[in-house]
Design a protein around this ligand. Structure first.
Ligand code: AMP
Length: 123
């Protein structure tokens, strides 16, 4: 559980300091469209707390909140891509993580499209 000195980009979105396309919000989570989508549907589900850098810290520190992230991913997938989705948590820089405020990528196909291709979410 490491807090970074300056607020993450996601904290700034949660605080409405910078704009984002918000698709869901609750007391504990926010979900936005990824600014650089890697699939027809590409959403980010983000716990509001800045306390956890990655999914490993979240699982250890607040498994209930992790379960909430996953349940939210499923209901967003129901709404946006027929209920089927890929859930990605980049964990560590070499795995492609660029924002160290835990978030789940929810990737799915849009209406009438085919199967998601395998790809990397790293740069
Ligand atoms: P990761 O690389 O796993 O840490 O994921 C960070 C994600 O945040 C990337 O897919 C970025 O495209 C996305 N991202 C960065 N800035 C924004 C923003 N302002 N609004 C929406 N998504 C963003």
């Amino acid at each position: 559980m490491t807090g970074s000195a300056s607020p993450s980009i996601f904290t700034r979105i949660i605080d409405r300091e910078i704009p984002a396309d918000i698709v869901f919000e609750s007391e504990s989570l926010i979900a936005i469209r990824d600014i650089a989508p890697q699939a027809p549907v590409h959403l980010l589900v983000i716990p509001k707390t800045p306390q956890y850098r990655d999914v490993v810290e979240l699982a250890a520190g607040d498994p209930g909140l992790l379960a909430e992230v996953i349940a939210t991913a499923k209901s967003l997938a129901d709404e946006h891509c027929g209920g089927e989705f890929r859930l990605v948590f980049n964990t560590g820089e070499s795995a492609g993580q660029t924002v160290f405020h835990v978030h789940a990528h929810v990737l799915g196909e849009g209406e009438g499209t085919q199967t998601l291709t395998e790809q990397t979410l790293g740069d």
